[in-house]
Design a protein around this ligand. Sequence first.
Ligand code: NAD
Length: 335
Amino acid sequence: MCAYFADAGYEVHGLDNNQRAAFFGPAGDTRWNQARLEREVPGFVHHEKDVRDREGVLSLVGDLRPAAIVHTAAQPSHDRAAAIPFEDFDTNAVGTLNLLEAARRSCPQSPFVHLSTNKVYGDRPNTIRLKELETRFDYDDEAFGEGIPETLPIDQSTHSLFGASKVAADVLVQEYGRYFGMPTCCLRGGCLTGPGHSGVELHGFLSYLVKCNLEGREYRVYGYKGKQVRDNVHSRDVARFVHEFLKRPRSGEVYNLGGGKANSCSVLEAFSLAEELTGQPQVHSYVEENRVGDHVVYYSDLRKMRQHYPSWDVRVSLRDIVSEIVAGWRERLGR
Ligand SMILES: NC(=O)c1ccc[n+]([C@@H]2O[C@H](COP(=O)([O-])OP(=O)(O)OC[C@H]3O[C@@H](n4cnc5c(N)ncnc54)[C@H](O)[C@@H]3O)[C@@H](O)[C@H]2O)c1
């Protein structure tokens, strides 16, 4: 996101405190990426701040009065949230409120884009009839042939505490649009990834899977026979959509942003692709019990995004995403 917008001519300020390392340990450390941005992105300024620090966020946004805010900081894992409920909610819900209110006070005309998640739909996508194919499950209901639309209800289902804190943030972002008329939108992400991801077992599926492949480390599959399906989108395509939104902002919008059906894969299919691209076997084991509330099949219906922003589409294919992740990890791991 930072590199993309610097390329597009923006002066980019990043707010991060490497909390990912606190959530996931050293493997989640994002300092390498911060250092890369400071080294390679002209004009990039890092601010060592915590989104939970209300006064700090209010004063930073007040000083900068940014032309746009892209909010990507989060505790991003389902399973981790259960162990750290206060940190999860304070980061995801309260941190988002801090940024929204800072924007309302200092730059209410500036577009505010929030990275929400498909987990706001809870496990409701699991109520859709499925068919079992050789390497994946798929929807067996024409109404969802293109994937999950934004009209799917978000309550009365199991979300995980992470999904619940992200629902709170998602609804707040919508409300600052609807109630205050600010140009806000929620992007309900499928799997957002790329070579910049610090994938760990609890978050960052493709990144972690490729890392395991290259290190010959065992990847654990949790339930659903490895036929669970996710749609994957490159961070560059995410940034390109955000750019379209900044050029023609709307108010209180929600979009399901993933790679769509064309960029979807099951865990088993991801193993094959990684093996093909690295030339190394994927070592894995199988745990019968699925993760609580985990989607069996999820891919985003992209039609609303394409209709509102016709010049946007997914450009980076699944194969190219995995190739870039392989190249990225080879460089970082020296393999
Ligand atoms: N990657 C995905 O597959 C995916 C899917 C759906 C939604 N999302 C959402 O997209 C956003 C970005 O995801 P990502 O994969 O880049 O996550 P990430 O964990 O790689 O990046 C989040 C960044 O936020 C920082 N951060 C966390 N807590 C912070 C705090 N309290 N103060 C300041 N910085 C903090 C972390 O250090 C990290 O650098 C998140 O909101 C996430 O929920 C991601």
